[in-house]
Design a binder for this molecule. Sequence first.
Ligand code: 1CP
Length: 368
Amino acid sequence: MSKNDLIIPKDFPELKNDAFLRAARGEETEHVPVWCMRQAGRYLPEFRKSREGKDFFETCQSPAACCELTLQPLRRFPFDAAIIFSDILVVPQAMGMDVQMVPGKGPTFPEPLKEPEDLQRLRAKVDVKQELDYVFKAITLTRHKIEGKVPLIGFTGAPWTLMSYMIEGGGSPTHSKAKRWLYRHPEASHILLGRLTDVIVEYLLGQVAAGAQALQVFESHAGILGPTEFKDFSLPYLRDIARRVKDKLKENGQDVPMIVFAKDAHYGLEDLSRSGYEVVGLDWTLDPRSARERTGGKVSLQGNMDPCALYAPKERISEIVKKMLEGFGTKGYIANLGHGLYPDMDPESVGAFVDAVHQHSKLLNKQI
Ligand code: 1CP
């Protein structure tokens, strides 16, 4: 195979481990599949070495670098899925905003949106194929290089989460600038959320065309909204994304499972379970049994161990995992953390987590 063939999205190697895809569809699996949010991240020394001295978004724009970073955790741990290395903020960049990764500070927008007039600064028509082609190339290359070991997940930020970064200009404890828009400029907020939704739909479809086998939508800032604002400014767009992506894929005879992860949206769990996604991702504030009851077996669930439980000794990690598996049950369940791994976590603890999920779920399956 020549180098160029690796960026053509066809003739991908056959998938060997489909446990993640089957669990996403609610089917039985021999073991519960497991992956970790931020599994390609700074807790791995090889990740820090690859990233050393390189600009974050330049790395995101290099398909070869994204492929390498995506594959690194798979060389260490028997994860059942990989997530493409990228960032949610590539979407505001594609819409014409400048975003820089400032070491020690995180993502920064030098010129955030301040007032509704600033929407004029965004590109009127976003050529998703052209602007985000580097992500599509990274997905295609990785899909070839992963050699069918596990499925490759594509992702995006959800409209509200992206809107909040575009207005705040970076991370924020209160998101009060972005929430000010919701209360003061509801119409302009809906216009922005609608424009983000249009780009996101095209972006996700492009990721599937490039080779993504599942899609996760990160509504990381759901928890900053209350139930009323969530129903008004987040949920309709999450639904719209699932419906439009699924309709279009169906037209092409395709179907990929979609996961919605709305962090801290415990108030919206019932709504999320009816929002058109196969899987609902949960943060650690939800009890597994009650999450199953509240979602009525309609969707598969993903999550939700407290990431900080990885600071516990290995034996304790194993006990926590066992309890989590008993709570969720082993069918229609994908094990994960309730949020991303932190940079100071010990890779060995991540290995202990993955092994505990595989071991306990096989044992629990035998007891049924
Ligand atoms: O150089 C570095 O290592 C910087 C740290 C880092 C990494 C590893 C950032 C900066 N982004 C990423 C990669 C990334 N981001 C992935 C890919 C790989 C993987 O998960 O294994 C994914 C899925 C994301 C998604 C992402 N970026 C989210 C959603 C998930 C979540 O954490 O809730 C969010 C909110 C971001 C924004 C972002 N990017 C980076 C940081 C530090 C942040 C958070 C900033 C803040 O709000 O304070």
